[in-house]
Design a protein around this ligand. Sequence first.
Ligand SMILES: Cc1cc2nc3c(=O)[nH]c(=O)nc-3n(C[C@H](O)[C@H](O)[C@H](O)COP(=O)(O)O)c2cc1C
Length: 355
Amino acid sequence: MKNLKQILDISYPIIQAPMLGVSTPAMVAAVANAGGLGCLPLGGLSPEKTLDLIRETKSKTHRPFAVNLFAHSLAAKVSVDDIEKMENYLETLHKGYNLPFERKPISSYRFYNHLDQIGILLDEQVPVVSFTFGVPDADVTLKLKQKGIKVIGTATSIKEATILDKAGMDAIVAQGIEAGGHRGGFLEDESLPQVGLLSLVPQIVDAVKVPVIAAGGIFDQRTIKAVFALGAAGAQLGSYFIAAEESAASEVYKESILNSTDISTELTRAFTGKWARGVRNSFMKELKNSGLTIPYYTYQNSLTSALRDFGKSAGIADIISLWAGQSASRSKRGSTEALFGELINQIKSGPNPLF
Ligand SMILES: Cc1cc2nc3c(=O)[nH]c(=O)nc-3n(C[C@H](O)[C@H](O)[C@H](O)COP(=O)(O)O)c2cc1C
């Protein structure tokens, strides 16, 4: 069996996680140029934006990189009553910031789906496509593979990993509960998997045929070596790169991450309607205490987007999603190239080098 480096055509099996709102073409290209796999997050973006970001990344690197898409289907049931109550709640919050609140009919919500983007990925012949929130349809996977594009899926449980394995993924990301950002799982009718990486990685490794990439709480040579000892073939780091120079995170977000501790984060549905881990703030706390039913993803995501945009531009950490994992305090300032290089140097110079 080919190893992960051969499958992805990279020098080091170290992956910069796709982080929507944080990872930029400059970050992705810096990691690719340094021999790792940079991942460009494109989940839910318009076809125009998808093409622009791919072209921008290509202009900065000739090395392979991955693009990341959301493979979910839209929530089947949406309660108009829940949306209206949430609109009332948010409108009051907006007033406190002198921010207008726009109410839109549900039918006017526009969501882009990975099917709107696949044609572009095929035309652009991107080297690797990773999916989260679901399993791509068989014909999508087939079309990508026929073009020689490698396909990666994301699992938060053994059951999800075996489904992705059967669906023909070339590698599977095992996302532990420590991980920052959205839970990548997709078996909606089951309770949310909350498996720690130490339990998840070896059990998924035993259950699937393809290489497993560990994600969640990884930030240095110790944590990288630990996941390789568990049988992982690659390590995917997200939060570690949030404070990097090439990150699109706002200054107030970077500060929250750098000042966080092991217990600063929690899982919330408050911002998007989908479970995600971020640094606890008053929006999360107050919405939890409000007793309101939070509309499903991506309705809640649309409802809170104006508030989050405002918070980002005005530097108000209490109203923005501060996605981060349990080791996010170990994120560092510096260039992505330096941050990535430090990981490689640590591994090469530390005890029992992996490569
Ligand atoms: C800010 C942020 C945004 C994220 N966005 C995405 C995304 O767009 N697609 C995806 O597959 N995973 C996303 N993730 C999850 C990461 O791929 C990865 O699982 C996680 O960062 C690993 O945990 P760590 O943050 O502790 O390193 C995101 C994570 C963060 C922190």
